[in-house]
Design a protein around this ligand. Structure first.
Ligand SMILES: [Zn+2]
Length: 269
């Protein structure tokens, strides 16, 4: 069975109710990765640590931004070009996932997550390939929960929408990648501690006809983008008070879902 179908089925069973750009900056990606790592099953934890050891680290937070970092690595330009469109999805017209309209040639974050989850869960693949796949899965599940990585406004995920933030001009995408989160003045570990202290994230109900978890996560992000464009192009305190809790919820949901994907992909060695 195709791994994500298996994941979809497992999520429906266990939850019953069911249920362009860069990305979250390093802070957001590390928070998501850390939240997930704290909720791995023993089998998944052991396998994650086995793969991370190839990179001489034990922390998913350390590798969570690597798919963005290869953009500036001359040796990784081929990989960057193959993967750059998999960090986001541009819905063409509305927030209903409609392939191939919204994901031509598999070039979107929904298919990116599926592709790399499949490699990660395939124990016949070399460890190096599975470690690389792990990095992409960790990163893309973060990205897909950043609302502006999945919007329908045809403005490069808010990169073309200029705002004023803390006395500076900046685009809305960057506000959501890092500006909003930075207003808490916490490092990633302290941020993860704060969010983890709120318990396991409640998840939005499953969109049953989709039966495709990453597509649902993208649709949720797209729906959120309907309400996050400040009419006066100003990110003021009222905007931060309203939207920072939304960003925090997306980090918590991403962390929980990443843990669930890894627990299923890496069960029973
Ligand atoms: Zn990214």
């Amino acid at each position: 069975m195709f791994p994500l179908r298996r994941i979809a089925a497992a999520l429906f069973v266990t939850l019953a109710i069911a249920p362009v750009a860069q990305a979250w900056g390093p802070l957001g990606h590390s928070v998501v990765a850390e939240l997930a790592q704290r909720h791995l099953s023993p089998a998944a934890k052991a396998e994650v640590e086995h793969l991370l050891a190839l990179d001489h680290t034990q922390s998913l937070a350390d590798i969570a931004s690597w798919p963005d970092e290869i953009r500036n690595d001359p040796k990784q330009q081929d990989l960057w070009k193959q993967t750059r469109a998999k960090h986001y999805i541009d819905f063409d017209g509305d927030c209903t996932y409609t392939p191939p309209r919204d994901c031509k040639d598999g070039q979107c974050v929904v298919e990116g997550i599926e592709h790399y989850t499949e490699i990660l869960s395939d124990r016949s693949q070399p460890d190096e390939a599975r470690l690389q796949a792990l990095k992409f899965v960790v990163h893309f599940i973060g990205d897909i929960h950043q609302p502006l990585h999945a919007n329908y406004q045809q403005d490069a995920g808010g990169n073309k929408y200029q705002v004023q933030f803390q006395g500076q001009g900046m685009n809305l995408h960057r506000v959501w990648d890092s500006g909003l989160l930075s207003t808490r003045n916490l490092d990633w570990k302290a941020y993860a501690n704060m969010l983890d202290g709120e318990g396991f994230a409640p998840l939005p109900p499953a969109i049953a006809p989709l039966d495709n978890p990453p597509a649902q996560w993208a649709e949720e992000s797209c729906q959120i983008t309907r309400n996050i464009y400040p009419a006066n192009h100003k990110i003021d305190q009222a905007y931060i008070d309203a939207e920072l809790p939304v960003a925090d919820s997306r980090l918590r949901e991403a962390g929980r879902r990443l843990a669930e994907v890894l627990n299923i992909a890496l069960q029973n060695g």
